[in-house]
Design a protein around this ligand. Sequence first.
Ligand code: TMP
Length: 208
Amino acid sequence: MRNFITIEGCDGVGKTHQTRLLKQFCEENGYNNMVFTREPGGSDIAEQIRKIILDARNTDMDDLCEAFLYSASRIQHLKDIVKPALEQGKVVFCDRYVHSSYVYQGLGRGLGLEKIVLLNEIAVGEYMPEFTVFLDLNPENAFKRKGGADKTDRMEAVEQAFHAKVYQGYKKLIAERPECFEVIDASGTEQQTQMKLREVLFRRGVLR
Ligand code: TMP
């Protein structure tokens, strides 16, 4: 869907920080038609679902329950934030979206890509991103840079092998559908990554 851009990457890669820097740049340069949001969460009910998903005390959560909760949060967030903004002609940047479910639940948890693609087709219908920015840094280096995984976050706390599968999952999706992705090397400094991100957005005509 035009004007709907999603940002993906492994935990700790700096997605949230990059999105914040981009938001600041847009505000300072008069782009007042941009909406920055995130998943899971991004609206009141969706943020409540986020808390349940990420609560480290929920150690017994079933993997399929987790997949449905991410989709449930997605449905609500689409209704509350994404659809209204796109209808008003705004550009929506979403920190994580369906590709996170494909790789974390489908491949990382091992529920199977087909099942998670189907679940998300039901959840989002035609609301697929125009393109997806992938911030490329392997999880080992990403966690090292941020000083280790946050053990109070149920997903970050999962063993390193899981995060390695997630990273390989992203690589597989990109190899299969390169036209859907803009891959950015995120191994440099924050500023270098931010400049690469802006270059992509200028090239794609999102920034002018
Ligand atoms: P965040 O740390 O980027 O806010 O994302 C929260 C965690 O949720 C992160 O570990 C990635 C994970 N996640 C999934 O497993 N599936 C999903 O569909 C989404 C959106 C996030």
